[in-house]
Every structure is written in C-alpha cells, then in structure tokens.
Design a protein around this ligand. Structure first.
Ligand code: SF4
Length: 579
C-alpha cells in the first residue's frame, strides 16, 4: 500500500450518494453474515477471530439441542471454542513443554496432533496426503521431521497416510509447521473431521484403470481444507476414490466410496466412465458401504460429496458417539429419504443406472501392491515395497526418497495395505532399484502371508488397544511362513480395539484385541478374538466370529490351524477363505 493510500481516512466521505448507499448495503450484508456465523459485529472488536462454531454447525447443533438429549463432551468442546481459533494456546503449551487437558487434547486433533498417553507420554502426528501420493522431497522432509522432533521412525497407515510418533510437547508446533513447510498438512486428520482422502495407489500408471483418481481426490482434499463448515462433524468421515485399477483402494469401507465403472449403451445416461456411489461403510460397526444405484460424472464428485456431508452435518447424532456415524442416519432414514435430502441440497436429481448396464469390474490383484509391475507407460514400472506392518526408520525413508528421485519419476505412493510404491522406474533401472531397496533392509517380495498382513498401532502406541497388534502380526507371519506354503494370498488384519483401524472384519482372518481372563481373581493377559471369512471388492463382506479369548502367544498356532483347515477342506483353489 502506498503512503498516499495509507493517509486516506476510512470513511465514506468523498463518495457519491450512489456509492455511499452501495457501501452501506455491503457493510450491512457483511454484518448479517458475521452474526449468522457467530462473529462479533464489525467495529466491536470482532477482529478476524470467530467466536464459537460456524453457522452450519450452529444450525445442526441447535437441531440436536432441540431434541433435549444431553450432548457428549466433544460437542461441548466444539461449542466452547473452534479448534482453529486456539492455535495461539497450542503455541503457549509448546513453549511450556506442556501436554493438553482432555478438551484441548480433542481440539489439537484438528491439527493432526494426538496426545497418546498413557501408551506413550508424547504426541503422535498424522498427516493428510491426498490419494496417498507425495514427492520424494516431501517424503524425505517428513523423515527429517521424524528424526529431529519424533522417535526416528514413521508408520504408513491403513488410510495411505503417514504418522510420526514420540513427539515431545515442546516440538508439537515445530512438527505441524514443518509439515506445512513441505507443502503438506496435518489439518483435519483427527477428531470429528473428514479424514485423509484415499485413492487408487497406481492412479495414472495402471494399465487396467478406468480413470485416474488423483484429480478427484485432490479436488475433494482442497475443498475440505478450505471450508471450515466442513469441520466438526458429528464424528469422523471417510471418503475414497477407486479407479478400478489393479490395487484395491477399499472404497467399500468408507462413508462415501466412489467406484469407477463403465456404463454400457442403453442406460439412462450416455455410455461411458462414471463413478458409482456407495455409502455407509464402517466395518467396525459390521457394515460394508452399500450401492446407492447413483452414478455421476467424475467431475461432479466433490459437489455430490459436499452435499452428502452437509446432510450428515445437519442430521447426524451428536448425543451418542456410538451412533454418530453416517451409517446410523442411513439406517434411520433409509437410502431413498437420504438421497432425496442430498438432491435437495444439490438442487437437482442424481442419475441412477441399474447394474445390468454396468460392465463387471475385474477383481483387484492381491499381490500387485508388491514387487515389479509394468505401467501403462511403455518401458516404465512401479515397484511395491514390503514394510513390516507399515513401519519405516528415517534412514529407510531417506533411502527410499533417493531411489524415487534417482531412478523413478519422483513420486512415492502409499497404499491402504500399509506399504508404498515407487513409480516410473525404467526397465533398465529396475535391477538397480531393487538392489538399493534391499540395501535398506527392505524387500519387494512377500510371502502369501505377509502381502496382506495389516495391523493398527496397538498398545505400544495407542491407549485404546487391549494388546500388542504389530508384534502379534509379526509373530503370526514368522510362524506360519515356517510351517505352511500357501498357493494364494491371505489377508490377516489385526486391530487393537473396537475402533477397528485395521478393519479386522474384512480380513480372511481378522483379530481384535481383548484381555483374556486367566483366573477367578480378575487377572487377565493380552489376547484376541478371531473372525474369519471377511472379504473386499466384489467379495466384500463382514467376517464372522469363530474364536474368543485366544491368548496372544497362542495366536500364531491358531492361525496356522485355521489355514490348514481351509487348505484341507476347500473344493478348489478358487474357493475363498472360510466363505
Ligand atoms: Fe488404536 Fe483402536 Fe485404532 Fe488400534 S483400532 S489404532 S487400538 S484406536
């Protein structure tokens, strides 16, 4: 601003009558908007800081309050102060090396920070990485942050994301801001927000894909990041985009799943590639997302997802955390009523296509996220690395970044299978890339047991866990590999509590942690209940419980017995596990 401009008084003097009336109208319109959003009027010290939640939330919350039911604590905390208005206090706590009390512990999750005591007396920070794809420089940057401010390692999560652990309170802001300086963010990756947007990890390079999910995942990611009224939902919310590629994105486990399909001639819409909309996936509550029959042109995905979320924001249950997910609105209303509300928000009807006009989709290849695979770009390959239930040291991360930069196209692609792919590796550089990966103590080849081995954080880092999930997963893999040779991959998912971050209900074999009673005095030891027969993709289904209270140390043998029973009793090699 020039000195001349600065000197002009901020009044309406010097304007014509018409200009003055325009300005007055503008100001009164702004005042009305601020009032509706819970902001102080201009001129009353409102500054830029909103007080209380956003307008959309107030509307939704007043509906809940009108029900006369008691609000849960997180809802009270949301009303007291929007977490994005409390960043100065996070800074103050970091300056004092102080961890938060429960209300702020909830709020800091809006910044991706989770204080995880008593499992670890430190923060965990979870990023947001749309479609799970980041550059080698960003990946190396995350490694440096984990080295300087965390425990020297990171985990690839089941939402194709990264988590840094063992962050001291003093370093909380360093981590949040360090991530932003890399062109990444951790915003909204925890609490009642829309979580990391997943997509097909081989998007844009997969010879089989119907469409490249990256632009749609990115569009939704930035839409959510830049609209505060899409934060503070009744509970967390998951959205996934699947391009019908070789590696599954597991969209059927999300609140909203967009599955690429090909519509044939004679349908109610022109033949071509669309997203089919599935809704209400939440496997921990025994539900796979259900097909709505709705199809949409891919470019409409963000608009439609926005309308769905807003219907949920207004009507989700804010008085019972166990019933606060989208599934319960769908169960209460039925799909017809819900979709009618979405159409009202959108201001138009959605297209429906019957399954008879949709070409069947090929099943995902359960091994394609590992090893060397030809891309649709001639002469180029993706290489999938095996990680031990997602864990990477910072040295391994730096080494992977260097390989992606030196020998690949510079992208690192995380998958929901807790592993990563390096893409764009020319044929003549594959051998060197594999050898450098092995030099990092990692591998590109997995046994049929390890390829689909997934485990949540467990009790070494999560206060909700009843047992050590990652350690038990490793013990199962080591034991079964020494006893059995399987002729097809098997998915084994271990989860530490009912939150089901590792989605045990969709595993061929799923384990959920529990405390196993060992005597009449109430003493317990770590253990698991076992579920069998879950599935994904075209075979998506919730498994059924088979065994209860198996002690942790007995799990490897029990899994071996289950697999032997399957091998002995199946009709043929194509029979699904425990179907
Ligand atoms: Fe923690 Fe439970 Fe999620 Fe495992 S499933 S990471 S124990 S919240």
């Amino acid at each position: 601003m020039s000195a001349e401009t600065k000197e002009k008084p901020a009044t309406n003097e010097g304007f014509s009558g018409e200009q003055k009336s325009y300005l007055e109208g503008l100001v009164s319109g702004l005042q009305a908007k601020r009032a509706a959003s819970g902001l102080k009027p201009i001129g009353e010290g409102g500054g830029g800081a909103p007080v209380g939640p956003d307008a959309e939330h107030l509307k939704a919350q007043s509906k809940t309050e009108a029900s006369g039911k008691k609000l849960v604590d997180p809802e009270k905390w949301k009303r007291e102060e929007h977490p994005f208005d409390a960043y100065a206090r996070l800074n103050e706590q970091a300056a004092k090396n102080e961890y938060p009390k429960p209300a702020d512990n909830f709020r800091w999750r809006y910044y991706g920070l989770f204080y995880v005591a008593p499992a670890q007396d430190s923060y965990m920070c979870r990023l947001r990485i749309p479609n799970g794809i980041l550059s080698a420089a960003q990946f190396e940057g995350v490694a440096r942050i984990a080295e300087d401010f965390g425990g020297g390692y990171a985990h690839v999560t089941t939402r194709a994301n990264l988590q840094i652990r063992e962050i001291e309170a003093a370093n909380a802001v360093n981590v949040v801001e360090g991530i932003q300086e890399l062109g990444l963010t951790s915003r909204g990756s925890g609490a009642d927000n829309i979580r990391n947007v997943t997509g097909t990890p081989t998007a844009g390079i997969d010879p089989r894909e119907l469409l490249d999910t990256r632009p749609y995942a990115k569009s939704w990611h930035y839409h959510v990041l830049n609209d505060r009224s899409l934060t503070g939902l009744p509970r967390k919310f998951n959205v996934a985009f699947d391009g019908a590629g070789t590696v599954a994105a597991l969209e059927e486990t999300n609140d909203i799943g967009f599955s690429a399909i090909e519509v044939t001639e004679g349908a109610s819409v022109p033949a071509g590639i669309y997203f089919r909309l599935v809704l209400g996936g939440i496997t921990g509550h025994h539900d796979i997302a259900r097909d709505t029959g709705v199809v949409l042109v891919p470019g409409d995905a963000t608009k439609v997802a926005d309308a769905i979320v807003r219907v949920f924001v207004e009507n989700g249950d804010r008085t019972n955390r166990n019933k606060a997910r989208l599934k319960y609105v769908l169960d209460d209303w039925g799909f017809d009523k819900f979709l009618a509300a979405v159409e009202e928000k959108l201001g138009r009807k959605l297209d429906r296509v019957d399954t008879g006009h949709v070409k069947p989709r090929a099943e995902a290849d359960r091994m394609a996220h590992l090893g060397v695979h030809a891309q649709k770009q001639e002469g180029l390959n993706w290489i999938g690395l095996v990680l031990q239930t997602g864990k990477l040291t910072v040295d391994q991360m730096k080494g992977i970044a260097a390989i992606a930069r030196d020998l690949g196209d510079g992208d690192i692609r995380l998958s929901v299978w807790q592993n990563l792919l390096i893409s764009g590796v020319p044929d003549e550089k594959v051998t060197e890339a594999v050898s450098r990966i092995e030099g990092l103590g990692l591998s590109t080849k997995a046994t049929a047991i390890r390829a689909g081995l997934v485990a949540c954080t467990g009790n070494t880092g999560c206060k909700f866990a009843a047992a050590n999930t990652k350690g038990t997963a490793e013990a199962i893999a080591t034991h079964v590999e020494s006893k059995l040779e399987l002729d097809k991959p098997v998915n084994i998912h271990l989860t530490g509590c009912h939150h089901s971050c590792a989605q045990h209900y969709i595993g061929d074999i799923g384990l959920i942690a529990c405390q196993v009673p060992v005597n009449d005095d109430g003493d317990t030891v770590e253990g698991f209940h076992m579920v069998v027969g879950g599935g994904t993709g075209g075979n998506a289904k919730i498994g059924r419980e088979l065994l209860r209270d198996v002690k942790k140390e007995d799990c490897p043998q029990k899994v071996e017995q289950l697999l032997r029973a399957y091998l002995a009793n199946r009709q043929d090699e194509d029979e699904l596990f425990f179907s």
